[in-house]
Design a protein around this ligand. Structure first.
Ligand code: ACO
Length: 433
């Protein structure tokens, strides 16, 4: 294999008195790995790592995270720079195309987002088929999967049509999300407008109404841009790995992203922002006694966890949480809408950061801890929080799907297992069991 991340160095592994050699791989930021792809062939042993915390499933040029130092960059650009200086559309372009767009490229990409913003009118009727209070993530996942029925030409040659397919998806997911909200509250849907930017358009589709036009607030638009940028990608998290894994079976982008949306739904992943708000609301309703929740989270006999704290990769502050916290303060000040949940969140954070249990386990606030408070201030209902996360994460999923598809030595994802079930048993006919 002639890839430049192979250094020629080798690791030695000794099993049953015999030494085997495995090549060492070094990433561009110096991260080292042992390539164990020949391990089973050489030794007949598997590597075992449930949860994959020690396994690199691919090489990637998209996102770099240093969990010890709290660093996150997309395609080499620091997350704080991108959040401060870019729109979400620019960052979506960066993630999916590999470089920041020139003015012409941005204008062409934005034009595509406008062109594809509507969804087929027949799809609008789907919303009526869902029972009231259906989980928005279930609707989003199935609507995205349905896109391959409406745009089958895009799925025949997925790699060739990827640019158009990604723009279509990035644009339509926003429309589907807003329409599902309107439908859930029994209001007429609001169509996308070509004169509005991506985020302003989304807010308008969410909150404009025939009886009360929505007034676009540029601070709110800017906050939404930041939030979506911060969620844009996060290397091999559960939903992104799902997109890559499903896509490795050579299934189309819509189906792969639909699977990613389902993974994101979980409360240990994207569903955490909703869980944070539910927890803060409960604390507020109970008179603000957050200490009881801290104690509950520390109790080894209790499975309760403080939502919004801890991360598989970050063992220090999540670099996104600083930006979100600051944005949260700015939005609440601008909207003049103080939120008692923000004070509870700040007190809770302060208590956790001083508590030995959390300090010893390196548990810090993650991206979800303050995002919900911003969404709430903007008027987005808690049930839609994870959908917002999906809107932001979509360019990352697309970038990974594309990268996975192009891998020259790509294979279908197919982990193995260590079987610990019963040994061979004689079959027992049903009457004798
Ligand atoms: N509250 C209390 N204790 C916690 C928390 C928490 N939020 N998170 C981890 N711990 C404890 C565990 O109980 C464990 O303690 P132990 O060593 O005494 O058994 C230790 O910290 C290590 O936890 P793991 O479960 O091994 O950590 P893992 O990397 O598997 O999980 C996760 C990471 C899922 C994010 C976890 O921290 C968690 O459940 N957090 C709350 C949910 C959340 O906020 N998720 C959003 C993550 S960010 C994202 O997906 C966008």
């Amino acid at each position: 294999m002639a890839n430049n991340y192979y250094t020629g160095e080798r690791a030695e592994i000794k099993i049953d008195g015999k030494t085997y050699e495995l090549p060492i791989v070094v990433g561009s930021e110096g991260e080292k790995a042992i390539d164990i792809r020949t391990l089973r062939d050489q030794t007949a042993y598997l590597a075992f790592d449930n949860g994959y915390a020690n396994v690199g499933s691919c090489v990637s040029k998209i996102t770099y995270i240093d969990g010890e130092r709290g660093i996150l960059s997309y395609r080499g650009y620091g997350i704080a720079d991108l959040a401060e200086n870019c729109t979400f559309v620019e960052v979506a372009y960066l993630l999916t195309h590999g470089s920041l767009p020139t003015r012409e490229e941005l204008s062409e990409f934005s034009g595509m987002l406008n062109r594809f913003a509507m969804i087929h009118e027949d799809m609008i009727r789907f919303f009526d088929g869902y029972p009231p209070n259906s989980p928005p993530m279930a609707i989003l996942s199935s609507m995205v999967n349905s896109l391959c029925s409406f745009y089958p030409e895009m799925t025949a040659n997925p790699r060739e049509d990827i640019d158009e397919m990604s723009a279509r998806l990035i644009s339509k997911v926003r429309t589907i999300a807003a329409f599902s909200y309107k439908n859930s509250i029994g209001h007429p849907v609001v169509y996308p407008r070509h004169d509005l930017s991506y985020c302003a358009n989304f807010l308008n589709m969410m909150f404009d109404s025939p009886v009360k036009p929505y007034e676009i607030n540029h601070k709110v638009v800017s906050a939404l841009n930041k939030l979506l940028i911060l969620h844009g990608d996060h290397e091999q998290n559960c939903s992104t790995s799902t997109v890559r894994m499903v896509g490795s079976a050579r299934v189309n982008l819509y189906a792969s992203v639909s699977a990613g949306i389902s993974a994101l739904w979980g409360p240990l992943h994207g569903g955490a922002n909703q869980a944070v708000m539910n927890m803060l609301e409960e604390i507020h309703a109970g008179g603000g006694d957050f200490r009881r929740y801290v104690e509950k989270a520390k109790d080894p006999k209790d499975s309760f966890r403080l939502s919004g704290f801890g991360h598989r990769v970050y063992k220090t502050h999540d670099p996104r949480s600083w930006i979100i916290k600051q944005t949260c303060d700015e939005v609440l000040a601008d909207l003049k809408s103080p939120d008692p949940l923000l004070s509870i969140a700040k007190e809770l954070e302060e208590a956790v950061l001083k508590d030995d249990y959390f300090v010893e386990r390196n548990l810090y606030p993650n991206v979800d801890f303050y995002s919900g408070i911003i969404y709430r201030a903007i008027g987005i209902p808690t049930s839609m929080f994870t959908v917002m996360f999906a809107l932001g994460r979509l360019p990352g999923w697309i970038a990974h799907w594309k990268e996975m598809w192009d891998e020259s030595d790509g294979r279908i994802s197919r982990p193995r297992q260590i079987y610990i079930g019963p040994l061979s048993r004689p079959f027992v006919p049903i009457d004798q069991r």
